[in-house]
Write a protein of this length. Structure first.
Length: 202
Protein backbone atom coordinates (compact mmCIF):
# COMPACT_ATOMS: atom_id res chain seq x y z
CA UNK A 1 0.00 0.00 0.00
CA UNK A 2 1.42 3.40 -0.94
CA UNK A 3 0.56 6.79 0.57
CA UNK A 4 -1.92 8.89 -1.33
CA UNK A 5 -5.62 9.70 -1.49
CA UNK A 6 -8.50 7.34 -0.97
CA UNK A 7 -12.22 7.50 -0.43
CA UNK A 8 -12.02 7.34 3.37
CA UNK A 9 -9.19 9.84 3.72
CA UNK A 10 -6.66 7.50 5.33
CA UNK A 11 -3.73 8.36 3.09
CA UNK A 12 -3.65 4.83 1.64
CA UNK A 13 -4.34 4.18 -2.02
CA UNK A 14 -5.93 1.14 -3.55
CA UNK A 15 -9.22 -0.63 -3.83
CA UNK A 16 -10.68 -1.40 -0.44
CA UNK A 17 -8.18 0.70 1.51
CA UNK A 18 -9.17 1.31 5.11
CA UNK A 19 -7.78 3.24 8.05
CA UNK A 20 -6.15 -0.01 9.23
CA UNK A 21 -3.91 -0.02 6.14
CA UNK A 22 -2.33 3.24 7.26
CA UNK A 23 -1.41 2.38 10.87
CA UNK A 24 0.52 -0.80 11.67
CA UNK A 25 -0.47 -2.53 14.89
CA UNK A 26 -4.01 -1.20 14.88
CA UNK A 27 -6.49 -4.04 15.16
CA UNK A 28 -9.33 -2.07 13.64
CA UNK A 29 -10.08 1.55 12.80
CA UNK A 30 -12.77 1.52 15.49
CA UNK A 31 -9.91 1.54 18.03
CA UNK A 32 -9.69 5.27 17.31
CA UNK A 33 -12.24 7.83 18.48
CA UNK A 34 -12.78 9.01 14.91
CA UNK A 35 -15.56 9.22 12.39
CA UNK A 36 -14.78 8.15 8.81
CA UNK A 37 -15.76 10.74 6.24
CA UNK A 38 -15.65 11.42 2.53
CA UNK A 39 -13.01 14.16 2.69
CA UNK A 40 -9.67 13.95 0.94
CA UNK A 41 -6.68 15.06 3.02
CA UNK A 42 -4.35 17.80 1.79
CA UNK A 43 -1.19 16.32 3.35
CA UNK A 44 1.61 18.88 3.66
CA UNK A 45 4.69 17.22 5.17
CA UNK A 46 6.88 19.82 3.43
CA UNK A 47 5.65 22.45 5.90
CA UNK A 48 6.81 20.64 9.04
CA UNK A 49 10.34 22.04 8.87
CA UNK A 50 8.95 25.56 8.49
CA UNK A 51 6.57 25.12 11.43
CA UNK A 52 9.28 23.73 13.70
CA UNK A 53 12.05 26.09 12.62
CA UNK A 54 13.06 29.08 14.71
CA UNK A 55 11.35 31.05 17.43
CA UNK A 56 8.18 33.08 17.19
CA UNK A 57 8.78 36.73 16.22
CA UNK A 58 7.93 39.61 18.49
CA UNK A 59 6.02 42.59 17.15
CA UNK A 60 9.16 44.39 15.93
CA UNK A 61 10.20 41.38 13.85
CA UNK A 62 6.77 40.08 12.81
CA UNK A 63 6.38 39.65 9.03
CA UNK A 64 2.64 40.34 9.28
CA UNK A 65 3.37 43.64 11.05
CA UNK A 66 6.05 44.59 8.50
CA UNK A 67 4.05 43.68 5.40
CA UNK A 68 1.63 46.65 5.46
CA UNK A 69 4.61 49.03 5.55
CA UNK A 70 5.82 47.68 2.19
CA UNK A 71 4.42 48.12 -1.29
CA UNK A 72 1.67 45.71 -2.26
CA UNK A 73 3.93 44.09 -4.85
CA UNK A 74 6.81 43.47 -2.45
CA UNK A 75 4.61 42.22 0.40
CA UNK A 76 2.32 40.21 -1.93
CA UNK A 77 -0.70 42.14 -0.61
CA UNK A 78 -3.83 41.89 -2.74
CA UNK A 79 -6.20 44.10 -0.72
CA UNK A 80 -6.13 46.45 2.28
CA UNK A 81 -9.05 47.19 4.56
CA UNK A 82 -9.39 49.48 7.56
CA UNK A 83 -8.71 46.81 10.21
CA UNK A 84 -7.25 43.90 8.21
CA UNK A 85 -5.57 43.08 4.92
CA UNK A 86 -5.16 40.16 2.51
CA UNK A 87 -1.89 38.79 1.15
CA UNK A 88 -0.54 35.71 -0.56
CA UNK A 89 1.08 33.07 1.62
CA UNK A 90 4.82 32.92 0.93
CA UNK A 91 4.66 29.18 1.70
CA UNK A 92 1.44 28.17 -0.09
CA UNK A 93 -0.39 24.87 0.19
CA UNK A 94 -1.84 25.59 -3.24
CA UNK A 95 -1.58 28.30 -5.87
CA UNK A 96 -3.68 31.27 -4.72
CA UNK A 97 -3.35 30.46 -0.99
CA UNK A 98 -4.32 33.72 0.76
CA UNK A 99 -4.00 34.95 4.33
CA UNK A 100 -6.28 37.49 6.02
CA UNK A 101 -4.49 39.33 8.84
CA UNK A 102 -5.49 42.09 11.24
CA UNK A 103 -3.06 44.99 11.34
CA UNK A 104 -2.83 44.68 15.12
CA UNK A 105 -0.31 42.22 16.52
CA UNK A 106 -2.68 39.81 18.28
CA UNK A 107 -2.26 36.07 18.65
CA UNK A 108 -5.76 34.63 19.03
CA UNK A 109 -9.19 35.14 17.56
CA UNK A 110 -10.74 36.01 20.91
CA UNK A 111 -8.42 39.03 21.16
CA UNK A 112 -9.87 40.55 17.98
CA UNK A 113 -12.29 43.46 18.25
CA UNK A 114 -15.79 43.18 16.75
CA UNK A 115 -14.62 45.47 13.94
CA UNK A 116 -11.64 43.24 13.17
CA UNK A 117 -13.78 40.10 13.26
CA UNK A 118 -16.31 41.67 10.88
CA UNK A 119 -13.67 42.80 8.41
CA UNK A 120 -11.77 39.51 8.48
CA UNK A 121 -15.08 37.86 7.61
CA UNK A 122 -15.97 40.26 4.81
CA UNK A 123 -12.47 40.11 3.31
CA UNK A 124 -12.67 36.32 3.39
CA UNK A 125 -15.97 36.37 1.48
CA UNK A 126 -14.59 38.72 -1.17
CA UNK A 127 -11.41 36.64 -1.47
CA UNK A 128 -13.48 33.51 -2.10
CA UNK A 129 -15.48 35.22 -4.82
CA UNK A 130 -12.36 36.62 -6.49
CA UNK A 131 -10.46 33.33 -6.36
CA UNK A 132 -13.44 31.49 -7.79
CA UNK A 133 -13.63 34.00 -10.63
CA UNK A 134 -9.93 34.15 -11.53
CA UNK A 135 -8.81 30.59 -10.77
CA UNK A 136 -12.00 28.55 -11.32
CA UNK A 137 -11.34 26.57 -8.14
CA UNK A 138 -13.79 23.88 -7.05
CA UNK A 139 -13.77 24.59 -3.32
CA UNK A 140 -11.86 25.98 -0.35
CA UNK A 141 -10.20 25.11 2.91
CA UNK A 142 -10.66 28.04 5.31
CA UNK A 143 -9.47 28.29 8.88
CA UNK A 144 -7.07 29.47 11.57
CA UNK A 145 -4.36 27.54 13.37
CA UNK A 146 -4.43 28.95 16.89
CA UNK A 147 -1.12 28.38 18.66
CA UNK A 148 2.06 26.56 17.76
CA UNK A 149 0.66 23.20 18.89
CA UNK A 150 -2.13 23.65 16.32
CA UNK A 151 0.40 24.05 13.51
CA UNK A 152 0.58 27.83 13.25
CA UNK A 153 3.79 28.86 11.50
CA UNK A 154 3.61 32.35 13.02
CA UNK A 155 1.49 31.86 16.11
CA UNK A 156 1.98 35.36 17.54
CA UNK A 157 0.03 37.16 14.80
CA UNK A 158 -3.49 36.03 13.97
CA UNK A 159 -4.07 35.03 10.35
CA UNK A 160 -6.80 33.14 8.53
CA UNK A 161 -5.97 30.77 5.68
CA UNK A 162 -7.99 30.68 2.47
CA UNK A 163 -6.81 27.75 0.36
CA UNK A 164 -8.42 27.22 -3.05
CA UNK A 165 -8.93 23.57 -3.98
CA UNK A 166 -9.34 21.79 -7.28
CA UNK A 167 -10.41 18.24 -7.97
CA UNK A 168 -7.36 15.94 -7.84
CA UNK A 169 -5.01 18.72 -6.67
CA UNK A 170 -3.13 16.39 -4.27
CA UNK A 171 -0.23 14.33 -5.60
CA UNK A 172 2.76 12.23 -4.58
CA UNK A 173 5.40 14.90 -5.21
CA UNK A 174 5.68 16.18 -1.60
CA UNK A 175 6.07 12.60 -0.37
CA UNK A 176 8.67 11.28 -2.81
CA UNK A 177 10.63 14.49 -3.43
CA UNK A 178 9.87 16.69 -0.39
CA UNK A 179 8.73 19.27 -2.91
CA UNK A 180 5.37 20.97 -3.35
CA UNK A 181 4.44 21.63 -6.98
CA UNK A 182 2.88 25.11 -7.18
CA UNK A 183 2.24 25.79 -10.86
CA UNK A 184 2.23 29.61 -10.82
CA UNK A 185 4.61 32.30 -9.59
CA UNK A 186 3.52 34.29 -6.53
CA UNK A 187 3.86 37.67 -8.24
CA UNK A 188 1.71 36.52 -11.13
CA UNK A 189 -1.01 35.22 -8.81
CA UNK A 190 -0.90 38.39 -6.66
CA UNK A 191 -1.40 40.57 -9.71
CA UNK A 192 -4.30 38.49 -10.99
CA UNK A 193 -6.11 38.42 -7.64
CA UNK A 194 -5.47 42.13 -6.99
CA UNK A 195 -6.75 43.03 -10.46
CA UNK A 196 -9.87 40.95 -9.84
CA UNK A 197 -10.54 42.50 -6.42
CA UNK A 198 -13.57 44.86 -6.50
CA UNK A 199 -12.30 48.42 -6.16
CA UNK A 200 -15.17 49.46 -3.89
CA UNK A 201 -14.18 46.71 -1.42
CA UNK A 202 -10.83 48.34 -0.53
Amino acid sequence: MVPGNDDVGTGAAGTGATADDRFEGIEHSSDFAAVPDAFQRLWTPHRLVYIQDGQQPDESDCPFCRAPEMTDEKALIVARGKHAYVLLNLFPYNSGHLLVCPYRHIATYDEATPEEVAEIGSLTQVAMRVLTEVSHCDGFNIGMNQGRVAGAGIAEHLHQHIVPRWALDSNFFPIIARTKAVPRLLGEVRREVADGWPKDEN
